[in-house]
Design a protein around this ligand. Sequence first.
Ligand code: F6P
Length: 333
Amino acid sequence: MSYTNLKDFFSAEIAENGMPQQLADLLIGISETCKHISFEVSRGALAGVLGMAGTENVQGEDQKKLDVISNDLMVDGCARTGAVCGIASEEMDHCLTVPADMPVGPYLVCFDPLDGSSNIDINVSIGTIFSVLPGPRGADRNVTDADFLQPGSNQLAAGYVVYGPQTQMVFTLGRGVLMFTLDRESNEFVLTNATVQIPAAAKEFAINCSNMRHWENPVKRYIAELLEGKTGVRGKDFNMRWVAAMVAEVHRILNRGGIFMYPRDNRDPCKPGKLRLMYEANPMSWLVEQAGGRATNGYDRILGIQPETLHQRVAVFLGAAEEVDLVGSYHKE
Ligand code: F6P
């Protein structure tokens, strides 16, 4: 494999595939910001960034200090690119517009600045997820939450940066999935995998089984069959994983296959699932589809869902095509 850094990669995309310069600027801005977040994450207790911030986000979740730090860095990093007209985040009630003294661009960006917050203080993988949508009126300073309510199929770029043993930036522009690894010597993201493919069959599944009693029957049936292994209807054994950070689960699936699920359940009728559509499910679903996998809410393709609110939640089944299709067929029966 020839190794290309992110900036060279975007120069080639601009020349060969007509990638807009401002979209490249935005993704470079996100990559630089995530280097900074990666550094803050790596310092942990040394920098006093672990623990609670003492505040709640719009979903009533307690914010960690690093949630707040990462959100501020992402807001600033995206606004500075001059490529965006609106910014929405898991950590903010409503979208932000670009201040009058800063240049405005044609894109809307949504992000979860630090996904998997419960892993922060225990030094387990976490990540930043991002999704880029077109601003409906181009470079316009009067963006509102309603402008973000576009189906995931409208995304122009989507991806994540995972902060694990390695820091990696993984994204799609709609032409496959690219994985770049942060080279700490050069401080550059370097292309390390350009042939990401999820096998249609799976040997591994990920779900939080502690919620089993709350699941709907199709999910109970599907998981029971996986757990029966060789002796059951599936006739083979399945391995299980649960990292409790969607970024890490999707990263595993993009690298070695499998299925990830966070189904709707009957704990809270107001919450059709735990994960957020705009800045978790949509970007991850596009990545998975671009790697040959599937992503549904059990019934429909996630990328086709018309969002009704910025922080809308959704059930998620994504990964290996055969498994997502099978659990989908149980929902439809
Ligand atoms: O954003 C929500 C999230 O942290 C996901 O990254 C992860 O998949 C899930 O919640 C973990 O949920 P639970 O706390 O039920 O394990």
